[in-house]
Every structure is written in structure tokens, then in C-alpha cells.
Design a protein around this ligand. Structure first.
Ligand code: AMP
Length: 211
């Protein structure tokens, strides 16, 4: 299997597609957002600083994030998904120094209107599953409870309209240029996120399964 790098605006469905890859092909999920949120949950002073940046919808320092990813990748054996990294050109260039060529980049293309609808309905679980109250197929079976592990679902602090608008602008200015970067490397694939999640997953399978 190919390693996967997702590039996507906020709330495009990275988490949902990551879960499908993990459940079907035993991918390891590396989400920089989750790693940062667990630092915040630890109550450290670094976590307090991170929370402020993330709640405002801004990006955390390249240096810190690159260090986190370097450490994480050094302990990964199986195929992995990079969910939320790289988000800047600087991060992409640093990643080139760390990984080999066995990866594909998948751009999850979604309109701003659809993404905002998803962000407002999104609920997440500490086990990594995410749900959406605005989509019938993504609602939890029991209201407010994770289908997989039974924990109480939470709303992310940055899943509100105000923070979304900044995150989306940050995506356009800092992350979208990566599309050109990976196109030039012949690594870019675009999937249409207006389709049903299982149809999208079929498209993704076609990209990640080695011939
Ligand atoms: P996510 O869970 O991927 O939506 O990320 C949540 C937030 O974590 C982002 O809005 C950023 O503030 C921060 N973050 C996650 N990944 C990165 C990254 N690669 N570079 C900088 N900031 C990041």
C-alpha cells in the first residue's frame, strides 16, 4: 500500500476517509491536529499556547510541527496516513528529507459552503472517530455517544463559524500552494468530496493500492 498524504480544507472529510483506510487496510493514522490536542489535554504550558493559536484558526510554528512529525515517523512501520501535515511549503520540503517515494498525495476537493455545513455538525470522539449531525450516514447510532468505543462525543473548540473562516483563509494562502508543488512531482490526485463517502473511498482505494 502507498502511504497517504491528505491535503484538504478544514472539515473536508480527512478524518472519515482516514478511518476507512484504517479499518480496511490497517493504516496508521498520523494527525498533527490530534497530536496537538493531546498536548493541550495534558495541561502543559506549551498546550496552553497551542490552544490559543488553534482556537483562533491559525497555524502552529513549522519548527515545532516538523519536529513532532519527525519523531512520530521514526516509530511507524506500516503504511501511514498524514492527516493535516504538511500544511505549508516549508513543511512539505522538510518532509521530502524524511520520507521515501512510496506515497501519494490526495487533495480532498470540497466547496467552502459544503465544508462549513460539515464543520457546524461535526462531533468527534477521543478514539479518533468523527461523526456529523448534518449527514444521515455519519450520525452516531445513539445520540452523543461513539458507536465504536461508547465514549461521550465532543465538539471541537475550533469548530465554529468564526474559526472556520480563518482556517479556510489559512488553507487558501498557506496550504493550497502545495497542490502545485505535488502536481510538479507527479504525486497529486484529486477526489471529489461532494460524492458519498463510500464512493470517495473507492476512488481513494484506486490510488493507494499498489499495482
Ligand atoms: P486539524 O485537526 O488537522 O483540523 O488541525 C487543527 C489545528 O491544529 C489547525 O487549525 C492548526 O492550528 C493546528 N495544526 C494541525 N496541523 C498543523 C500543521 N501541519 N501545521 C501547523 N498547524 C497545524
Amino acid at each position: 500500500m502507498k502511504n497517504v498524504i491528505f491535503i484538504a480544507p478544514p472539515s473536508a472529510g480527512k478524518g472519515t476517509q482516514s478511518s476507512l483506510l484504517m479499518d480496511n487496510f490497517h493504516y496508521e493514522h498520523i494527525s498533527t491536529g490530534d497530536m496537538l490536542r493531546s498536548e493541550i489535554a495534558s495541561g502543559s504550558s506549551l498546550g496552553d499556547k497551542l490552544k490559543k493559536i488553534m482556537d483562533e484558526g491559525k497555524l502552529v510554528d513549522d519548527e515545532l510541527i516538523i519536529e513532532l512529525i519527525k519523531n512520530k515517523l521514526s516509530s511507524i512501520k506500516g503504511p501511514y496516513i498524514l492527516d493535516g501535515f504538511p500544511r505549508t511549503l516549508n513543511q512539505a520540503q522538510a518532509l521530502d528529507e524524511i520520507i521515501d517515494d512510496n506515497y501519494e498525495v490526495i487533495y480532498l476537493n470540497i466547496s467552502k459552503e459544503e465544508a462549513i455545513k460539515r464543520v457546524i455538525g461535526r462531533l468527534t470522539c477521543k478514539c479518533g472517530k468523527s461523526y456529523n449531525l448534518n449527514e444521515d450516514t455519519l450520525k452516531p447510532k445513539k445520540s452523543g455517544i461513539c458507536d465504536s468505543c461508547g465514549s461521550v462525543l465532543q465538539k471541537r473548540d475550533d469548530d465554529n463559524e468564526e474559526s472556520f473562516v480563518i482556517r479556510y483563509e489559512t488553507f487558501l494562502s498557506s496550504t493550497k500552494p502545495l497542490i502545485e508543488y505535488y502536481k510538479n512531482k507527479n504525486k497529486l490526485h484529486t477526489v471529489d468530496m461532494s460524492k458519498d463517502r463510500l464512493e470517495v473511498f473507492e476512488d481513494i482505494k484506486g490510488i493507494v493500492i499498489n499495482d
